[in-house]
Write a protein that binds this ligand. Structure first.
Ligand SMILES: C[S@@+](CC[C@H](N)C(=O)[O-])C[C@H]1O[C@@H](n2cnc3c(N)ncnc32)[C@H](O)[C@@H]1O
Length: 223
């Protein structure tokens, strides 16, 4: 089994540890990868839907590791009776991740590996409010699309994946920030014509300012 570039990035951030659960596992490729490579002593997979959980079980069976993975049918971590050091949540919207994180009483003691598909600012705000700090962050390119993945654990200093990407000198950051800048400028343009809420426009201007700073800093080490 070969992981896609997006899942490879998530797996690399997860690294190794004592125990891991892949929440919203679907195909189950990550837990199978963790077991096959001996990266965690205890490995589990969960999904809110029976079909995807069965598909994860089938992947594990094909690889001969079904009895080495715990399978849980659960909305987030609510019906998972064990705690894990590392919690992976990938390929879902940021708002679903916020629900999963805020409904888990032991989440602050875990290291989170997150790869949100949308609503990143909302997720960042939630993690910041819960006292998480951002560890490593990486951008992955997969089939012409860019994906952000990052590590979060309880800590000081606020939650700032852009700072982590800058510190890691991520080679995809500058291009990604330039595209996001063009997108937000177009959106702001449309808002100004449409007379949108002044607070929302101010928020967009703040994001433009931040993107310009990111591009400037990334330009010191990348053309
Ligand atoms: C697009 S798939 C992502 C699969 C895999 N994590 C990946 O990154 O390739 C999203 C999966 O999350 C599951 N899911 C959605 N909401 C969930 C929740 N609240 N708790 C657990 N699983 C959830 C869905 O059933 C689906 O299998």
């Amino acid at each position: 089994m070969k992981l896609s570039p997006r899942l490879r990035t998530v797996a690399a951030l997860a690294g190794t540890g004592e125990s891991v659960i892949d929440v919203g596992t679907d195909h189950g490729y990550l837990p199978v990868f963790f077991v096959r490579n001996g990266l965690f002593r205890r490995v589990a997979a969960s999904d809110i839907n029976r079909g995807p959980l069965e598909s994860a079980r089938a992947s594990a069976r094909r690889d001969g590791v079904e009895d080495r993975i715990g399978f849980f049918l659960s909305d987030g971590l609510t019906a998972v009776p064990e705690q894990f050091d590392t919690v992976v949540i990938a390929g879902m919207g940021g708002e679903t991740m916020v629900d999963i994180i805020t409904n888990c009483p032991w989440i602050s003691s875990a290291r989170l590996i997150l790869q949100p598909q949308s609503k990143v600012p909302e997720l960042e705000k939630c993690l910041d409010g819960l006292g998480f700090a951002c560890g490593r962050a990486v951008l992955a390119e997969d089939a012409g699309k860019l994906y952000l993945a990052f590590e979060a654990r309880a800590g000081e200093g606020g939650f700032d994946p852009a700072r982590a990407l800058l510190e890691g000198r991520d080679r995809l950051l500058k291009g990604c920030a330039e595209r996001e800048l063009a997108r937000i400028r177009r959106a702001l343009d449309g808002m100004e014509k449409g007379g949108a809420d002044p607070e929302e426009r101010e928020r967009m201007r703040g994001r433009i300012q931040r993107l310009l700073e990111i591009i400037k800093e990334a330009s010191t080490w990348q053309n």
